[in-house]
Design a protein around this ligand. Structure first.
Ligand code: PHE
Length: 406
């Protein structure tokens, strides 16, 4: 007699079929109820954990609004966000995006902050045909990955020109030194773009020194820079290293202003750098002291929930999530079957692919979206054209200095 538990191919087939119909295949982690699943990846831990944590606060605030205004739904379907920590490592970023797409079956991805990690996660979204919106990666190569990759911010050829203009025209500087992070695509790119613009304006780069993220001792590079007696030092790196660099520069008697880019933007910048950063300037996506009512309302919401002022990354992530919700809402109105396919755990193959491409086209058409970080219009290369602000560090605070338009 055959055992009750004997393997029977016919039974296995029934189970498999039932599973396929219920949508429990395709990686196994997806739930079977109809909903819009959105992925988010970022450095929740690691050397620049403030980037990932800030992004999460921005997306969470956008979700809070959605819950308050529409019971957490878009086009009648509940939205669920799955957030992954990539520990600030490009390899982990790739793994995180793979997991979001294959296991969670997300219909869009928000992230990353750091360009090097968007460059690692982006190709996976592009190949899978899942739209990715980087709130804040500024290196031009990020959206060059392909037509599924978008960003909510300006790009570094502009950002580099902004600080070159500020140095040459606002501060009348002629001789600047640069200290770049060689392992960071953002830092390497910005160094090039600043150099190109500054030299075109008649300035000179009198020293170019390098470090790697996480270094603790910058004295050799700073001593070499000091020997060239520059009028300012441009440090296009991330906040943790910049804070240390500023302190060691002052210890070595370098009193020049330090200039930087949006990678400085973190609440921890001044905690780490302290007084050493006084009189320094950096380019950024918004100034918290801008009286714009939409921005002030957003700052108020963040302060109420988290007890502190948000940085620009939070604002960009909030805008990214809202642009995505708006695009999904448009899809639900323009093409209900496609929208349904995105929300359905059962839709696979061609239906899902076509629906994702429709979503992609709607995101690409984003025009005049009134974000908290400015008006967002995506150009043909899926980049936002926006103005930049220059902030000064004064009495331990970030103070608006000027706006530079594209
Ligand atoms: N623009 C930076 C990059 O591309 C990331 C960043 C954005 C950091 C905004 C801080 C604030 O790597």
């Amino acid at each position: 007699m055959r055992s009750r538990f004997a393997f029977r191919p016919a039974h296995a087939l029934v189970v498999l079929l039932a599973c396929a119909l219920a949508g429990c295949g395709g990686g196994g982690g997806g739930s079977s109820k109809d909903e819009l699943v959105i992925g988010e990846y970022g450095s929740m831990t690691g050397g620049d954990a403030d980037f990932g944590q800030s992004t999460k606060r921005g997306v969470d605030l956008a979700m809070d609004d959605l819950v308050a205004q529409k019971q957490g739904k878009v086009g009648g379907l509940p939205v669920r966000v799955v957030a992954e920590d990539d520990q600030g490592k490009p390899e982990e970023a790739a793994t995180a995006v793979q997991k979001l797409i294959n296991q969670d079956r997300v219909i869009a991805v928000i992230g990353e902050v750091a360009s090097s990690r968007s460059l690692a996660g982006g190709p996976i979204c592009q190949t899978a045909g899942v739209p990715m919106i980087s709130p804040s990666s500024t290196n031009p190569r990020v959206t060059e990955i392909g037509n599924y990759i978008f960003r909510m911010c300006f790009i570094d050829p502009f950002q580099g020109t902004v600080m070159a203009k500020f140095a040459a025209q606002n501060k009348h500087l002629k001789r600047v030194a640069i200290l770049k992070d060689v392992k960071n695509d953002y830092s390497v790119g910005l160094t090039q773009f600043f150099t190109d613009a500054f030299t075109k304006m008649g300035g000179q780069i009198v020293a170019l020194q390098a470090y790697s993220a996480g270094d603790q001792d910058f004295r050799a590079q700073l001593t070499a820079i000091k020997a060239k007696n520059p009028e300012a030092i441009y440090v296009p790196g991330y906040y943790g290293d910049v804070g240390l660099i500023a302190r060691q520069a002052r210890e070595l008697g370098l009193a020049q202003p330090i200039l930087g880019g949006d990678g400085w933007e973190s609440d921890q910048l001044i905690t780490i750098g302290g007084k050493a950063l006084e009189g320094s300037f950096y380019s950024n996506h918004f100034a918290a002291d801008n009286p714009d009512p939409k921005l002030q309302e957003f700052l108020g919401k963040h302060k109420k929930k988290y007890g502190m002022e948000p940085n620009a990354i939070v604002g960009l992530a909030y805008d990214a999530a809202n642009v995505l919700f708006l695009s999904l809402d448009k899809l639900s109105q323009q093409d209900p079957p496609a929208f349904k396919a995105l929300g359905s755990s059962q839709a696979g193959g061609a239906d899902r692919k076509a629906a994702l491409d429709k979503l992609r086209a709607i995101i690409a058409g984003t025009s005049n979206y009134p974000g908290v970080t400015g008006i967002i219009t995506l150009d043909d290369h899926r980049n936002a054209t926006k103005s930049a602000v220059v902030l000064e560090i004064k009495d331990g605070k970030k103070v608006y200095n000027t706006t530079i338009n594209p």
